[in-house]
Design a protein around this ligand. Structure first.
Ligand SMILES: NC(=O)c1ccc[n+]([C@@H]2O[C@H](COP(=O)([O-])OP(=O)(O)OC[C@H]3O[C@@H](n4cnc5c(N)ncnc54)[C@H](OP(=O)(O)O)[C@@H]3O)[C@@H](O)[C@H]2O)c1
Length: 231
């Protein structure tokens, strides 16, 4: 898809992979709606608008879409389901609230936002949903059971939705990054963001690549890792 003049929604736009994706989309000529709890600091652009939206709240998601289409629509071409978080801990001591927070954000948020944009994308017979899963959605990780379970769910959702909407001209791509240098690790004991990790711009660059593929060429799923991670 040629991104010039298209409308893209990115959830969790304040920082990290989401913010880098917003910036990359703007550089490719798209209009971008950033959805999230926090606006990206200092990001001012005539094709960017921030819409307050906690993706855990389906009513907030519906309202954010209404506001986005009113301000930047009427069409919507791209949704990047990026908002997410990980909480570490052994299963026997894991708090129910932490488990639910991860699923509400990573899984239910992805569902709410996808469901919201699909009717318009179907009307257009054109659209692309990119779901940010994780390496943690491809293999189990000690003390990350809840996060891994939520990201396996994102991949399952993605693989199913892709088959459901491909004949409507809608692509669904699941992107599974390994360690990326963001604030994600701030609350994860034992791992700190460092230069051996991929950069948010690396991931954003791949998202642009997959969005710009020719209509009949669909990247369904990709795993990406740093080449030389710090041991
Ligand atoms: N960093 C990695 O190594 C890595 C690897 C694989 C996958 N991922 C995935 O990549 C995605 C982005 O993470 P990141 O690494 O860029 O981390 P990050 O820097 O912590 O950014 C997370 C973003 O998600 C937003 N967010 C969290 N809960 C939200 C909610 N309920 N509603 C709306 N927005 C919400 C945050 O907004 P606030 O600023 O308001 O909190 C923030 O903008 C996540 O899905 C994560 O699981 C990360």
């Amino acid at each position: 898809m040629d991104l010039t003049g298209k409308l893209a929604i990115v959830t969790g736009a304040s920082k990290g992979i989401g913010r880098a994706t917003v910036e990359a989309l703007l550089a490719r000529g798209a209009a971008v709606a950033g959805w999230g709890r926090t606006a990206p600091e200092g990001l001012v652009h005539d094709r960017f608008q921030f819409f307050e939206c906690d993706v855990r709240d389906e009513h907030a998601v519906a309202e954010a879409l209404t506001n986005t289409l009113r301000e930047l629509g009427p069409e919507v071409h791209v949704l990047v389901n990026n908002a997410g978080l990980g909480i570490a801990g052994s299963v026997d001591g894991f708090q129910t609230d932490d488990w639910k927070l991860m699923f509400d954000t990573n899984v239910h948020g992805t569902f709410y936002c996808s469901r919201a944009v699909l009717p318009q994308m179907k009307k257009q017979q054109l659209g692309h949903i990119v779901n940010i899963a994780s390496i943690a959605g491809t293999t189990g990780i000690e003390n990350m059971a809840g996060y891994c379970a939520s990201k396996f769910a994102v991949r399952g959702f993605s693989q199913s939705l892709f088959k459901e909407v491909r004949n409507d001209g809608i692509k669904v791509t699941s992107v599974s990054p390994g360690s990326t240098q963001t604030n994600f690790f701030d609350d994860i004991p034992g791992t700190a963001a460092n230069d051996s990790m991929m950069s948010p711009a690396d991931i954003a660059g791949f998202i642009i690549y997959t969005l710009e593929t020719p209509f009949n060429f669909h990247v369904v799923e990709v795993e990406m890792r740093p080449l030389q991670p710090k041991k």
